[in-house]
Design a binder for this molecule. Structure first.
Ligand code: PLP
Length: 467
């Protein structure tokens, strides 16, 4: 508790906020206007950094251009979706041509594009069937509904600190709360029985997982887990943990859902599970798959997905919405996925190199100023590169940063530096990150990575007097 108070960094945040307000006056004015029309001035909470968000005019490659005339080096890249950078010509040229030829907006019918995109995804994800939807949140919700009906069970096991989107079974155990019950429902307005169905386990802890299966296994419909913790701060699952997950799910008759909304096409032209040699029953994908457009999908076993079709009695109302399989979105998806398949040998080694360089320059920058900081996102023996990293400020250098349980707990890490200070301090250097998290795209140059390092060193200089 003493540590909590000591490290809330109120004064530092106030000073950074004052400098930020001076540096981004037009964004400040636009924020006052935005808050009159929108709750808190926007429609996605993570975009609404304090004291107000940067309002952008355009985005290309590694950079965003804001209303105050800054060219901001962006490591957030469209919710980590843009691995080719912002508005890559490979996708925009195809969309522009489609619109110019009179196609692209919703027609509300089926077409050949849907077949081609589905075939491509099934191939890349080693899936028997796929069904499209419009967001990762819907994909994980439908995957869980499918698992519940397939198994006839009600409980859902998820990892503490994992974000599966704003859907009923995703809204528990995302944010760490100090105290005896660290993982709670995230929202009011949900029936208690829904959140009670969700059991929270610990990432990369096979012992805890085994125990959770022992207690709840007979009632578990599924374990939903990211092979690479995304919102949980960029940690790869250990091969042993993910193997245990597969074995336990099989032993207890629960389904294994890999939520690959972040990781699909981030590490290779397909699912990350493949690198582990593990096939989940269902996989959910979105983000990169959409090529910058709203596309998501549930893919996997045909007998499970059949439950939302006539063969399975239409028992799960994964029916689709007005904009499911939207023509322009699917065209972007097919173009993006095809591009990544075709350029796999160039894109992924380059992303891996950029990721390693990011971790190196960040570590060097903080070390140079004597501020203890460490990066997550290290590869492992099966996944040899990772283009994402999150910066943490653990109190003890021996603490293993292998689970969201550790990096989100203020007892282990100075979470205020990661969650409230880092992003603001880097914005003062015209560098955008999401809290302490950065993702590379192939649009980032070596010079951009060096600039990230310089920005981190400037941030470290601002932070140091407050430690
Ligand atoms: C792992 C994971 N699952 C699901 C979601 C929800 O996806 P969407 O934002 O497209 O609804 C996200 C979003 O960040 C995510 O990271």
């Amino acid at each position: 508790m003493e540590r909590d108070l000591k490290h809330d960094h109120t004064q530092l945040i106030e000073e950074l906020s004052a400098a930020y307000t001076e540096r981004f006056p037009r964004s400040a004015a636009l924020d006052r206007r935005a808050t009159r029309a929108m709750v808190d001035g926007g429609s996605h909470n993570v975009r609404l950094n304090r004291p107000f968000p940067v309002r952008i005019d355009s985005a290309r490659g590694a950079y965003i251009h804001d209303a105050d005339g800054h060219d901001i080096l962006d490591f957030w890249q469209g919710h980590f979706a843009n691995i080719l950078g912002h508005n890559p010509a490979a996708v925009t040229s195809v969309l522009a041509a489609a619109f110019a030829s009179g196609t692209g907006l919703q027609h509300g019918l089926t077409d050949q594009l849907q077949i081609e995109t589905a075939e491509l995804l099934c191939q890349c994800l080693h899936a028997e069937k796929v069904r499209f939807t419009t967001s990762g949140s819907l994909a994980t919700m439908y995957a869980i509904m499918l698992a519940k009906v397939f198994t006839g069970r009600d409980r859902v096991l998820k990892v503490g600190g994992a974000w599966h989107g704003a859907q009923p079974w995703g809204l528990k155990g995302v944010n760490f709360a100090a105290g005896p019950q660290p993982w709670r429902p995230e929202s009011e307005g949900l029936s208690a029985h829904l959140t009670d169905e969700v059991v929270v386990t610990r990432f990369n802890d096979s012992g805890a997982l085994t125990e959770d299966f022992r207690i709840h296994g007979e009632r578990l419909a599924c374990l939903i887990v990211e092979p690479f913790a995304g919102a949980g701060n960029f940690m790869l699952g250990t091969p042993e943990y993910l193997r245990t997950a597969r074995e336990l799910a099989d032993r207890y008759g629960a389904l294994l859902i890999f939520d690959e909304v972040i990781s699909a096409f981030r590490f290779r032209a397909g699912d990350l599970g493949f690198l582990y040699g593990i096939r989940p029953d269902l996989v959910t994908v979105a983000k990169i798959v959409g090529g910058g457009m709203p596309v998501a999908a549930v893919a996997g076993r045909g007998d499970v997905l059949a439950l939302c079709g006539s063969e399975g009695g239409n028992r799960v109302a994964f029916l689709g919405g007005t904009y499911s399989a939207h023509p322009a979105s699917l065209l972007a998806a097919k173009t993006m996925v095809s591009y990544l398949v075709e350029h796999e040998a160039e894109v992924y080694p380059r992303l891996a190199e950029l990721g390693a360089d990011m971790r190196r320059v960040i570590a060097e920058a903080f070390a140079a100023e004597g501020v203890p900081a460490r990066c997550t996102g290290e590869p492992n023996e099966l996944v040899t590169g990772c283009s994402m990293t999150s910066v943490h400020f653990p109190y003890d250098e021996r603490t293993a940063l292998d689970s969201p349980h550790v990096v989100l707990d203020p007892a282990f890490c100075d979470t205020a530096l990661n969650q409230k200070v880092f992003q603001l301090a880097l914005l003062l250097e015209d560098v955008y990150t999401l809290y302490g998290s950065c993702a590379a795209s192939v649009a980032h140059s070596d010079a951009d990575i060096e600039r990230l390092g310089e920005a981190c060193q400037a941030a470290a200089r601002r932070i140091k007097p407050y430690l």
